[in-house]
Design a protein around this ligand. Structure first.
Ligand code: GDP
Ligand code: MG
Length: 597
């Protein structure tokens, strides 16, 4: 298409405000799919995405639209991942567009996640078209939402489009606004090829499919291209686009978005944000803004049934085919057996992988407490990255420890503000800003990430009855008074329960863990101490009382079949017992301790 007839845009929306419904509506209106095909939401194509209402992988759709002025346009709708864990991927998708539709629920108003994304979009110099969706709802307050868009975001909302993605109201207006308000891309068809690798995924038939945005020059079948950051050379064997069905094209020119395949076997060879250029006639400099995907949250994943270890390994390899941002290496634990230490982009990413492993691969898994990456500066001047509390060096050799911090934006109705402030304060937060808009508070805090991976999000949601929204970005490492806390059962260290905590939190966390273990470990014929310790110093302690003889007698009495059953159960349990001194702990106890999160 001629470059002035191309419009590249994304849709920015808070979860559930109607992004997917609107995307489907636009596809339907421009003839991409029949009504029958529309019965399924097209862009959310994974079960977990649909259930959680989030988009994990970006997709893009090319639409043909004949505007009211009679001209034909090519509209590329870029769907962006909908969660903070994927902020970098979102930034690359946005960098591939010139504009965005800002979809805000007419009954819910502006939310924190909307803000974070809209600011990114503004940073990319996007032309933003506000769309107030769900105006069919009785609770819709479009005027109030317009005022919010102006007051909170600072965007003019006078010509916001009032729409209902559900009933179809305003869809034509949205299409016209895309054509007339969002500018066409710019690019030089004669310059050497310069294209951005926006996203990639594994397709069983095509191999790795790469979503690209061409900046200058052209991409053609048979062309030899170089991935500048990876330093690899590939031969392009297919060029095309999605409508959303696959369509093969001869070439992709400047300003266009489409896909290529190049017989690439693994997505790990394709880095989001890389610059693709012609191998023989390369562009002078790669595109700015490239970052390597780096896991920020780590945890141990162990099969509940030790026999599932190989299956777990295979399943992880399969998942990694499509998600290079997830890493794993083998780990052994005395308490949990063989498993893997895994790295993720964030907590949600962790949950998604865990859920896919259990659901798609039918694995029963146990995860250890999530940990962030600490920078350990040693007395000899060297620095180690710590991913696992078990690897913590002896504190006498440590000069200082730095931990990652985040900048968090929380958006919460007034009535819950007090409790949220307390939560942030308890988590070592530093308040940066507090503003009120339309009966809601917008709160910004600097927080240590390790406090956030420890059930912060769940607490936030329960305190606010689900009304608070939360968004964050990393702001680098800072020194902290951090210590390794170990849990001892009968004076023996339980490796799977060790964690890195701030000294000020150690006692409370230790006490909590001891109380929990006390309830989970069965009584023995003698007393069992459960302790939390930092180094050699005990900071919390519980004792499991000894079992009285008469209780056992009662327990093992009764009819013979019941007794047999009990014995069998015991035998089965024995297999999974872990010994701590003379104490036998069923593996279920650790699993339960960790499951309570
Ligand atoms: P997303 O999370 O932003 O992709 O939101 P979805 O498109 O999945 O929509 C979330 C929910 O809102 C779904 O149940 C939709 O059916 C519903 N929804 C979307 N648009 C409208 C609308 O215009 N009016 C009404 N009443 N419901 C809508
Ligand atoms: Mg969606």
């Amino acid at each position: 298409a001629p470059i002035d007839r191309i419009r590249n845009f994304s849709i920015i929306a808070h979860i559930d405000h109607g992004k997917s419904t609107l995307a489907d509506r636009l596809i339907q209106r421009t003839g991409g799919l029949t009504d029958r095909e529309m019965s399924e939401q097209v862009l959310d194509n994974m079960d977990i995405e649909r259930e959680r209402g989030i988009t994990i992988k970006a997709q893009t759709v090319r639409l043909n639209y004949t505007a009211k002025n009679g001209e034909s346009y090519v509209l590329n709708l870029m769907d962006t991942p909908g969660h903070v864990d994927f902020a970098y991927e979102v930034s690359r998708s946005l960098a591939a567009c010139e504009g965005a539709l800002l979809v805000v629920d007419a009954a819910q108003g502006v939310e924190a996640q909307t803000l974070a994304n809209v600011y990114q979009s503004i940073e990319h110099d996007h032309e933003i078209v506000p769309v107030i969706n769900k105006i069919d709802l009785p609770a819709a307050e479009p005027e109030k939402v317009k005022a919010e868009i102006e007051d909170i975001i600072g965007l003019p909302a006078d010509d916001a489009v009032l729409a209902s993605a559900k009933t179809g109201i305003g869809i034509d207006e949205i299409l016209e606004a895309i054509v007339h308000r969002i500018p066409p891309p710019k690019g030089d068809p004669n310059a050497p090829l310069k294209a951005m690798l926006v996203d990639s995924w594994y397709d069983p038939y095509l191999g790795v499919v790469i979503l690209v945005r061409v900046i200058d020059g052209a991409l053609k079948k048979g062309q030899q291209v170089k991935f500048m950051q990876a330093g690899t050379i590939h031969l392009i064997d297919r060029v095309g686009c999605f409508r959303p069905k696959i369509e093969t094209l001869d070439a992709l020119g400047p300003g266009e978005i489409g896909f290529i395949t190049a017989q690439i076997k693994e997505v790990s060879q394709t880095a989001v944000g890389d610059t693709i250029t012609d191998a023989k006639r390369p562009t002078a400099a790669p595109l700015p803004g490239f970052k390597e995907a780096q896991p920020v949250v780590f945890c141990g994943l162990f099969p509940v049934d030790a026999n599932d270890f190989e299956k777990l390994r295979e399943s992880m390899y399969k998942l990694r085919l499509n998600d290079a941002s997830f890493s794993f290496e083998m780990e052994t634990s005395a308490a949990l057996g063989f498993g893997f230490r895994c790295g993720f982009l964030g907590l949600l990413h962790l949950e998604i992988i865990q859920e896919r492993l259990s659901r798609e691969y039918d694995l029963d898994l146990i995860t250890t407490a999530p940990s962030v990456v600490y920078n350990i500066f040693m007395n000899d001047g060297s620095m180690k990255e710590l991913h696992n509390p078990a690897d913590m060096p002896d504190p006498v050799h440590i000069d200082r420890i730095e931990e990652p911090w985040i900048d968090a934006t929380i958006y919460v109705p007034d009535e819950y503000l007090g409790s949220i402030l307390k939560l942030c304060q308890d988590r070592r937060g530093i308040q940066k800003n507090l503003t009120y808009v339309a009966g809601r508070a917008q709160l910004t805090y600097e927080l240590p990430l390790n406090e956030v991976v420890f059930d912060f999000y769940d607490r936030l949601k329960s305190i606010s009855r689900g009304y608070a929204s939360f968004d964050y970005q990393q702001i680098g490492h800072r020194e902290g008074d951090l210590v390794k806390m170990t849990i001892l059962v009968n004076s023996e260290n339980v490796d799977a329960l060790a964690m890195i905590v701030h000294r000020s939190q150690a006692e409370a966390r230790g006490r909590h863990m001891c109380e929990r273990m006390k309830d989970l470990i069965p009584r023995h014929l003698f007393k069992i101490p459960i302790q939390a310790a930092i180094g050699g110093r005990v900071i919390a302690r519980e004792t499991i009382a000894a079992l009285r003889k008469d209780v056992t007698a009662k327990c093992y009495g009764g009819d013979i079949s019941r007794k047999k059953k009990l014995l069998e159960k015991q035998k089965e349990g024995k297999k999974r017992m872990r010994e701590y001194g003379s104490v036998q702990i069923p593996q279920e106890a650790f699993i339960a301790a960790l499951r309570m999160g």
